[in-house]
Design a protein around this ligand. Structure first.
Ligand code: GDP
Ligand code: MG
Length: 173
């Protein structure tokens, strides 16, 4: 498998955003390459991980923390964000309110204070977008966020999302 002498980078990755934007689906698409159409709110602490080899040969263990229904109360427990390297802030392109609430989630991340690389993720891009892509992109630029459009359903850009930001984190570790 991997040689034991090889350094493995552990990257704590957190998913934030409104309920039903596709956080759990995105994590499961990345880790298991599967998608489930039925909606099951995440209950209880959820943690999954995946080891991948990045383009430059770096071995990375993405430790992905999925909210355990905390988004319902809009209160992320500090433990959830503590020590995170990457935060994906998701919205659902078919749900404008979830885009409006991105500001709230960014604030929650800022309160936490740690250096965390943040990506604005426009999920459900397999569907017709109601949120303007142009507005989302300029919002991302003005907040110095990267912007990636994904579909947990088709898998579009899901690997790219993790690999690209993972490489940036490793560079600075
Ligand atoms: P969470 O509450 O943010 O964890 O959202 P879920 O991952 O539970 O997804 C909520 C609903 O949206 C489920 O019915 C999913 O099947 C659906 N969903 C998630 N991602 C996508 C996507 O990329 N495209 C489409 N069409 N549906 C999605
Ligand atoms: Mg969930």
């Amino acid at each position: 498998f991997f040689s034991t002498s090889e350094k493995m980078y552990k990257i704590k990755t957190v998913l934030v955003g409104d309920i039903s934007v596709g956080k759990t689906s995105l994590a499961l698409r990345f880790v298991n390459d599967k998608f489930d159409e039925s909606y099951k709110p995440t209950i209880g602490a959820s943690f999954i991980s995946k080891i991948v080899v990045l383009g430059d040969g770096c071995v990375v263990n993405f430790q992905i923390w999925d909210t355990a229904g905390q988004e319902r109360y809009r209160s992320l427990v500090p433990m959830y964000l503590r020590g995170a390297h990457i935060a994906f802030v998701l919205y659902d392109v078919t749900n404008p309110e979830s885009f409006t609430n991105v500001s709230f989630w960014l604030e929650a991340l800022q309160h936490h204070g740690d250096m965390v690389k943040t990506v604005l993720v426009a999920n459900k891009c397999d569907c017709e977008s109601i949120v303007s892509e142009e507005i989302a992109l300029s919002f991302a630029e003005s907040h110095y966020l990267q912007f990636v459009q994904t579909s947990a359903k088709t898998g579009e850009n899901v690997d790219l999302l993790f690999h690209r930001i993972g490489a940036k984190v490793v560079e600075e570790m």
